[in-house]
Design a protein around this ligand. Structure first.
Ligand code: SF4
Ligand code: SF4
Length: 166
């Protein structure tokens, strides 16, 4: 079997100086800099929060919401599928028996710790009855305390779908 000898990099004076590589890199950086200076409309950076992104679509995974049935009651049947599928283990559910005969169970407590959540959407995929969605378009949330990032069932039920989602 033939042996391929690969020359060791960094032996010549040109390679030891690193200068040609630095100049090459700076050439690319400055070409983009002057290009953007000539036409600022091409710059992708937004002056957030004064400027808000316009490309949030209904498919964007925002903060969750719990959906309701036609009779305005919670759709969730407290099956724990979402909590089981959640890789961050940030969904907390406490189930109670449903007494209106619509279903067997419903959540008494349902909360999501948004600081733990990685917004993967696994909970939405796992739900067998479309009771949890991430189509609110809410991408920014500022709170003062860590505990405030744990959204409870009332907040999740109050979230509305963003315009254009179904
Ligand atoms: S989006 Fe992912 S990490 Fe967040 S609650 Fe759902 S399953 Fe868990
Ligand atoms: S949101 Fe869906 S998956 Fe999660 S407990 Fe309720 S019904 Fe089950």
């Amino acid at each position: 079997m033939g042996i391929k000898i690969v020359p060791r990099y960094g032996q010549t004076l040109k390679e030891k100086l690193y200068l040609p590589a630095i100049v090459g890199g700076m050439k690319v950086t400055f070409s983009h800099f002057f290009e953007n200076l000539k036409d600022t409309s091409k710059i992708e950076t937004l002056c957030y929060p004064e400027q808000l992104p316009k490309d949030i679509t209904p498919r964007y995974r925002g903060v969750h919401r719990l959906t309701k049935r036609e009779d305005d009651t919670v759709k969730c049947v407290a099956c724990f599928m979402c909590a089981t599928a959640c890789p961050a283990e940030c969904i907390f559910i406490e189930a109670i028996e449903r007494e209106d005969g619509v279903d067997e169970k419903m959540p008494k407590k349902f909360s999501i710790d948004l600081l733990e959540c990685v917004f993967c959407g696994a909970c939405v995929e796992a739900c067998p009855c479309d009771a949890i969605r991430m189509d609110t378009g809410i991408f920014s949330f500022v709170k003062k305390k860590r505990e405030d990032f744990v959204v409870n069932i009332d907040t999740l039920l109050s979230h509305k779908p963003m315009k254009g989602s179904n």
